[in-house]
Design a protein around this ligand. Structure first.
Ligand SMILES: N[C@@H](CCC(=O)N[C@@H](CS)C(=O)NCC(=O)O)C(=O)O
Length: 205
């Protein structure tokens, strides 16, 4: 098994965060330089089938190319600590918050960076309005997480789960465009400090 990673990118960070939470440190990891287009070479395309990172190549050659799917696969190999759910209710709630974290916050934050940071112009035809709209969308969505985190220590359960990792990786990436959690969101602020204090924060970008 081999993981294609890229140190500064947010989706691979989810997988690194996940591995760190699991305490897995013996996976073969290959760094891909997105800035020089290593993910667009014919060799990478042939092996992975996509021009994205992360990608987990299984021993039979199967390529998994979605970060959350990769983490799900790894969860079955390394079940503890549990990050995807223990029973139907737990699993569904974690899935619900993971999807919200991805679609409502992490994705807009990533778009805000992609369209807003000069270094990413090599990957994207940047449109400043797209950056601004996505930044606003993320800010609005964080209010939902702030409410939730006013009721619960972690996003989806009484423990850290994949939902926390997805939101966390997105917020950390957005520091590149100096995004900050609005002051009016004390619960997200408290949660973010707790995420940054975990050992898995060192698996960062
Ligand atoms: N939904 C995919 C997204 C993967 C993705 O977009 N990866 C970015 C890095 S964070 C990438 O490889 N970008 C290469 C490019 O834009 O050319 C996942 O979560 O794995």
């Amino acid at each position: 098994m081999k993981l294609y990673d890229s140190r500064r990118a947010p989706n691979p960070r989810r997988v690194r965060w996940f591995l760190a939470e699991k305490g897995v440190d013996d996976l073969e990891i290959v760094q891909i330089d997105l800035m020089t287009g290593e993910h667009k070479t014919p060799e990478y395309r042939a092996e992975v089938g996509m021009t994205n990172v992360p990608a987990l190549i299984l021993d039979d050659g199967t390529a998994l190319t979605e970060s959350v799917a990769i983490c799900r696969y790894l969860e079955s190999l390394y079940p503890e600590p549990n990050l995807f759910g223990r029973d139907a209710r737990d699993t569904a709630i974690i899935e619900m918050w993971t999807r919200r974290a991805e679609l409502m916050a992490a994705m807009p934050l990533m778009q805000a960076v992609r369209h807003g940071h000069p270094a990413l112009a090599v990957l994207e035809t940047q449109v400043p309005e797209v950056a601004a709209n996505n930044r606003q969308m993320a800010e609005r969505s964080l209010a939902i997480f702030d409410k939730r985190l006013g009721e619960s220590e972690w996003i989806a359960a009484d423990r850290v789960t994949m939902a926390d990792g997805v939101l966390y990786s997105g917020i950390e990436f957005s520091r590149l465009v100096r995004f900050e959690v609005p002051e009016a969101m004390p619960n997200v602020t408290r949660w973010l400090a707790a995420m940054r204090a975990r050992g898995s924060a060192k698996a960062g970008g």
